[in-house]
Write a protein that binds this ligand. Structure first.
Ligand code: TYD
Ligand code: MG
Length: 453
């Protein structure tokens, strides 16, 4: 008789790294208390169902692949974040908080594809067919080409995919999938890794693109293994909170297109719709003439979008002054506050600073430095910034305002949205011969105050 000893190992539930003994703190991601004992596969790969791709070496030039091979989803912003449509044989991971709209978006994508006459398969391990139907009714899904499968067994799913041969597959969610090759429970690192691995291999072999939906933990990473991010070709994250109607889908990794590209959607009664003019959306609730509020033209992916940064600077009542930020990097704000104190002469040492980017947008390019500084200054001095002004520029440690990229398109967007003045780095102002709005070039934050107020 062939008795196989069960082998186990410990896996970090946060990043997926493996250890032979339990560890309190993960050496690779630094998280505490994440190690859980799980069974590991102790059989040859071929027995586990994977016997490689069965391919032989071929000359590169004889391989057929075409950019036109992409399948357009028909949803403009979705195509944009994917880099121009769905690439055949690619695996896309979509992460986001529960309830943010992952299932809705992908059902809409599939529905659009089905309307083009393509056979598509939506596999759900979370909801019953009835629940999916009800959601489908809301978004108007009715097409004979859209097939739904409620299943969690990976082996059965693979059989169905082979039998149905759909053009696109969605797996909602990867954390519910279960392979009988392993005894650990669904959602555990080894199960998630095993299921994704098999699905990705199947997709590479058959050329059927697969979307994997993944839940995200509180700290903003895909629950379970971060290794999943390395396995797939494209990673998209849903941003924005469910308190607001709009949602941002951001590409954080893309083997077939630009990263950091975003798609902006609005959640309505009939599912998600694209937002055609994002700047207008983000500025719609702006309090004009309020101290602490400023507009920055930020480049998101390949396009400029105007967003509002708000600051509240108030005297610290006791203890250490606080710097609380939402949407911008905390350390960056501390640094800029120190520069303002030292070079700008603002006494922020006994003031709390709260910063928020309106609408739950996350800004991470240095070009918004000048916006952060301007809004802190405006709140501290209690003087509003002219409502027709935008600011952009990076700030160095000595208070110098440094050049940034893509200034002409930022200025164009500001002008398109009716802004009349733009404070920007002196070096960058030379790039724009015919701006259409008043340029206020500065080279140091000491000059900022004059141009703002
Ligand atoms: P869902 O796609 O189920 O989120 P996820 O799969 O990321 O968990 O989205 C559910 C939310 O979206 C829920 O709060 C209801 C809301 N919603 C609408 O507002 N309008 C709609 O047309 C649909 C289908 C959902
Ligand atoms: Mg869902």
């Amino acid at each position: 008789m062939n008795i196989r000893k069960t082998k186990t190992a410990f896996f970090c539930q946060s990043c997926g790294s493996k250890s032979h003994k339990w560890l309190g703190r993960c050496p690779s991601c630094g998280e505490w208390n994440q190690y859980v004992e799980e069974e590991i596969r102790d059989m040859p790969l071929s027995e586990a169902g994977f016997a490689g791709f069965d391919e032989v070496p071929v000359p590169l030039e004889s391989i057929e692949a075409d950019e036109k091979d992409r399948i357009p989803t028909g949803i403009g912003d979705m195509d944009r974040v994917l880099g121009g449509g769905i690439v055949r044989g690619s695996a896309v991971l979509i992460g986001g908080d529960p309830g943010i709209g992952k299932s809705t978006l992908l059902l809409q994508v599939l529905l659009n594809l089905a309307r083009q006459g393509r056979k598509v398969l939506y596999i759900s391990g979370e909801e019953s067919a009835r629940q999916i139907k009800l959601r489908g009714n809301r978004i108007g899904a009715a097409s004979p080409h859209l097939l739904v499968l409620v299943e969690v067994s990976l082996e059965k799913i693979l059989l169905h995919i082979r039998e149905v041969k759909p053009e696109v597959v969605v797996v909602d969610s990867i954390q519910t999938m279960y392979s009988s090759a392993l005894s650990s429970s669904p959602g555990s690192v080894s199960q998630v890794r095993e299921s994704s691995e098999k699905l990705i291999i199947e997709s590479k072999k058959t050329g059927i693109p697969v979307f994997l939906i993944g839940h995200v933990t509180k700290d903003g990473t895909i629950a379970g293994p971060r290794v999943l991010e390395h396995m797939v070709d494209t990673v998209l994250y849903f941003e924005g909170d469910s308190g607001h109607a709009f949602r941002i889908v951001r590409g954080v990794k893309n083997r077939y297109g630009p990263t950091n590209e975003i798609g902006i959607f609005e959640m309505g009664e009939r599912g998600l719709t694209e937002v055609s003019n994002p700047s207008a959306l983000f500025l719609s609730e702006r309090p004009k003439g309020a101290p602490g509020s400023v507009v920055v033209p930020s480049i998101e992916g390949t396009r400029p979008i105007l967003v509002e940064i708000q600051s509240l600077v108030s005297e610290t009542t006791f203890g250490i002054p606080r710097r609380t930020t939402m949407g911008v990097d905390h350390n960056r704000v501390s640094l800029l506050a120190a520069v303002l104190e030292k070079v700008g002469g603002l006494h922020l040492g006994n003031h709390d600073i709260f910063i928020n980017v309106a609408g739950g947008v996350k800004l991470d390019e240095p070009a918004v430095d000048l916006g952060i500084v301007s809004s802190i200054m405006s709140s501290f001095l209690d003087r509003p910034i002219d409502a027709g002004t935008v600011v952009c520029g990076e700030i160095g440690l000595t208070g110098e305002v440094r050049g940034i990229g893509q200034v002409p398109s930022r200025v164009r967007e500001a002008s398109r949205m009716g802004f009349t003045r733009c404070v920007l780095p002196r070096a960058a102002s030379l790039e724009i011969p015919d701006p259409g709005i008043t340029l206020l070039p500065i080279s140091n934050i000491r000059e900022l105050q004059e141009s703002l107020f």
